[in-house]
Every structure is written in C-alpha cells, then in structure tokens.
Ligand binder design. Structure first.
Ligand code: GDP
Length: 298
C-alpha cells in the first residue's frame, strides 16, 4: 500500500523560499535580513521570536558573503536551540495510576490524541483507562469509545449531561482498584463560556485530589498546529483555566507551517510531549527538534 504523499516534504522550507533551492551565495545585508524576518513571521514564528532569531543569524555575518547552506544551517541551529529544551516525552511517574487530564478546544484533536497515546502506552505494557469527561457531547463520547476499541483500552462513560467531576471521581477510584498504570481523562473544549469551563475543570481537579492528592499528574493541552497564531492565544487562555503541564501539537502532517511551535517554545517553554502526524492510531510521534528544524528550514 503506497503511503499518501506528504506535501510538506516536497515544499521548500523557509530558506528554500528565501534563497532558492539551489546552492548559492549572497551578501548578508539589511534587505536580506528583512526578507528573512518577514518569512519567519509568515511562518507563524511570532514577531518577537522572529526578530530575535534574525538578529542571532546576522551576528558576525553582516556584509559577509555566505552560502545558502550556511544560512540554512544557522537557522536550523537557532530553531533547534529553542526547541531542544521543550522536546520531552510524557514523563511516566511511579504513582499508580498516573492521572493525565487532557484539555483543549473542540476539534484540536483531543480524542484522537487520547486514542493514540492509549495505544502507545498499551503497547508498552501499561494498563490504561480512559474517562470520557466531555459528558455534554454525545458525539465526543462515541468517538472516544471508537478509539478505545481500536487501542484495546476501556473507556468509562457517564450519562449524557452528567457531572464530569463525578465521572472523574468514579474513574480514578476504579482505575486505582484495578491497579491501572494510567488514567487519561478527556474534558470539554467549549471556550464560549470560559468561566463555566474553568469551574468544570477546577471541580474535576478538586474531586480527583480527594482520591489522590497528587492528581492530576499531567495536564496536557492539545493544540492544532494549523491554527497558527491562535495556538498561542489558546495556551494563554488554558494556562489561566488549568495548570497546563505540557503540549501535544496535532496536524503537523498537513501543510501547517509549524513556525508556531517555535513561538510557543520561545514564549512559554512548555514541554512538547508528542506531535500528531496523521489521523491513524500510529500517527503520534515524539517531537524531534533537529528533524523539525531541518524540515522547517529546508
Ligand atoms: P477533539 O474535538 O479535540 O476531540 O478533536 P478530534 O480528536 O475529534 O479531531 C478533530 C479532527 O482532527 C478529526 O477529523 C481528526 O481525525 C483530525 N486529527 C486529529 N489529529 C490529527 C493529526 O495529527 N493529523 C491530521 N491530519 N488530522 C488530525
């Protein structure tokens, strides 16, 4: 079965677009640096990060003739340097069960990511339980059940419209009794009523702590990389309403420019635990800063 072509691989990266694909030389001057800055901003790297990265590349090169590969290498190194500290897989703690609260706006890929993570941990020999905490969206619960089946992991549900915190309490109690290693809790993602969502998440956390004072051990924010600068706003909002401990960036397989990851890393420094690279169960990869930098810059 041939794999569908990944458009990203064929498209020139940032420097390809700036200086052409072929090896070339040119003088580093204000015009070139301005074009570079503009490209970085267009790639969703954000103004501040783009200015900083451009300044670092200019350093010691002003007025000098450089090769395309030197600029590519310099930019890739800058990006990798920003990304290295945030490239960290989801830490596994000795606490049993480790409770992972999964937050994010609807459509960001929460359900899919939970399914993929469940499958990975299951394959690693972990005993995983999922709780369908978005009790107000029947479609979300059904979708999670589909993923649970695919991953071979039980999905605990509650009656439509019932209190998510009560489901979280039951789920943790049961996961504890069964000696589960990992409990992943899906949550609602309607930002329309932020105060409600904040209260809902706070209540889930309060109730979890009655069962295990150290829970939740992780609060994963799932972000759709194709939303560009919106992802930055979502981090700001979710950090106010939940104690976000790390990120999963989804939809990095498409034509997403990916620059927003650099802006996120530079601005918030939150770990990127994994990236979504497709809609299938195996399409979750560890975040590799060097590969990412090379693909972005290319
Ligand atoms: P939720 O509303 O946050 O639970 O989002 P879903 O998990 O239902 O995902 C929304 C849509 O995005 C679905 O069509 C998924 O198949 C798709 N999706 C999720 N992750 C990825 C990814 O990494 N790559 C691609 N191409 N699609 C994704």
């Amino acid at each position: 079965e041939p794999q569908p072509e990944k458009p990203q691989a064929e498209k020139p990266g940032l420097i390809g677009r700036l200086l052409g694909r072929d090896e070339n030389t040119r003088v580093v001057d204000d015009a070139m640096l301005e074009s570079l800055e503009e490209l970085l901003i267009q790639s969703d790297m954000g103004v501040e990060t783009s200015l900083k990265v451009t300044a670092n590349i200019a350093e010691g090169r002003m007025g000098r003739r450089v090769t395309t590969s030197e600029i590519k290498g310099a930019l890739a190194a800058e990006v990798a340097r920003i990304m290295e500290p945030v490239a960290r897989p989801l830490p596994l703690y000795p606490q049993k069960p480790q409770v992972v609260l999964v937050v994010g706006v609807n459509g960001s890929g929460k359900t899919t990511t939970i399914g993929k993570l469940a499958s990975q941990f299951k394959a690693a020999g972990k005993n995983v339980v999922i709780a369908a905490g978005d009790t107000f969206r029947a479609a979300a619960v059904e979708q999670l059940q589909v993923w649970g089946k695919r991953a071979g992991v039980p999905v605990l549900t509650a009656a439509e419209g019932s209190d998510p915190a009560s489901l979280a309490f039951d789920a943790l109690t049961r996961a504890q009794a069964e000696g589960a290693d990992l409990l992943m809790i899906d949550t609602a993602g309607r930002l329309q009523n932020r105060a409600d969502l904040m209260e809902e998440l706070a209540k889930i956390v309060r109730v979890l702590r009655k069962v295990d004072p150290s829970a939740p051990h992780n609060t994963l924010l799932v972000l759709d990389a194709t939303t560009g600068q919106n992802a930055l706003t979502q981090v700001e909002i979710f950090r106010k309403i939940a104690d976000v401990s790390g990120l999963v960036m989804t939809k990095l397989d498409g034509t997403a420019r990916g620059g927003v990851l650099v802006a996120l890393a530079d601005k918030f420094g939150l770990p990127i635990h994994a990236i979504g690279v497709g809609e299938q169960i195996d399409d979750l990869a560890p975040f590799d800063p060097e590969d990412f930098a090379k693909a972005l810059v290319g």
